[in-house]
Write a new protein. Structure first.
Ligand code: FPP
Length: 260
């Protein structure tokens, strides 16, 4: 008997993360080090996005979440924001067909109402085109913030309770999760942040309660398959305990081995 311990969670050396979430930091510094405008870093960053998506899909990762633009990124210089918006649009136009051919399902999370109508339409069209795909789910967090997500989930629950005239709605974790932008998606197993900073920066705050963090000093445009393998290897050598003790996990694993 495993006494409710998630044995798979503690297996070392073999398991692939099912969901990888990435903060792609360091585009600006990459460009500055090369005496290029910051925006050149974002263009180079989009190539690293393509490498990462391809590698994760090949490796059987089920969900890849990329933090493309935070709720706070509007504070950047106007020209940089404009160039980022243009880059999202051109990248979508260029990549969606190939993503669709590779059975990738695209999902955008965040408050898309702030984007131009053209970008909103393109986002909707890409989601509709790829919505039935059964391969990797690629989540692009755009105008997303973890706090925003928690607030909009709370708002939805309140609206439901009002509509149902339910003054005693019991808010369970499962019910709350169903109202988050990531409803139906398992929480990230591995969180990678490039660029050396050790912050979560308002990414999936609720969803990353038990996510394994991997910090890389590599600047995002330089990120490639080798660094990704390094992050996955580090993850595979962590023992995930979810509140249990290490002994409980090990004993549950031994029991499972004996049962086989
Ligand atoms: C953070 O680096 C990066 C961003 C805010 C933008 C991320 C965008 C891309 C990687 C481009 C394409 C993405 C998609 C999904 C098409 P930074 O500018 O904060 O770097 P710094 O810390 O060195 O200044």
């Amino acid at each position: 008997m495993n006494a409710g311990v998630d044995v798979e969670a503690g297996t070392v050396g073999v398991r692939m993360p099912k969901h990888i979430a990435i903060v792609m930091d360091g585009n600006g510094r990459w460009a500055q080090a090369k005496h290029l405008p910051r925006t050149a870093g974002h263009h180079a960053g989009s190539k690293a996005v393509r490498r990462t998506v391809e590698y994760c899909a090949q490796q059987g990762v089920e969900v890849l979440s990329l933090f493309a633009f935070s709720s706070e990124n509007w504070r950047r210089p106007k020209e940089e924001v404009e160039i980022l918006m243009r880059l999202f649009m051109t990248t979508l136009k260029q990549e969606v067909k190939r993503l669709n051919e590779n059975k990738v399902r695209l999902l955008f999370i965040g408050d898309r109402g702030a984007f131009s109508q053209a970008l909103q339409d393109k986002i909707k069209e890409s989601e509709q085109l790829t919505g039935e795909n059964t391969g990797m789910t690629l989540i692009i967090a755009a105008n997303y913030g973890g706090r925003w997500d928690i607030c909009q989930a709370a708002e939805r629950l309140i609206q439901q309770a009002v509509a149902n005239n339910d003054g005693h709605l019991k808010v369970t974790e499962a019910l709350f999760e169903d109202s988050l932008a990531t409803a139906g998606i398992a929480d990230p197993d591995l969180f990678i942040r490039t660029g050396g900073e050790k912050r979560i920066s308002n990414f999936m705050l609720w969803q990353m309660a038990y996510t394994e963090f991997f910090n890389s000093a590599v600047l995002w445009p330089d990120f490639n398959e080798d660094y990704l393998r390094e992050a996955i290897f580090a993850y595979q050598n962590r023992q995930r305990r979810f509140g249990h003790t290490g002994e409980q996990i090990e004993s549950a694993q031994n029991n499972t081995k004996n049962e086989l």
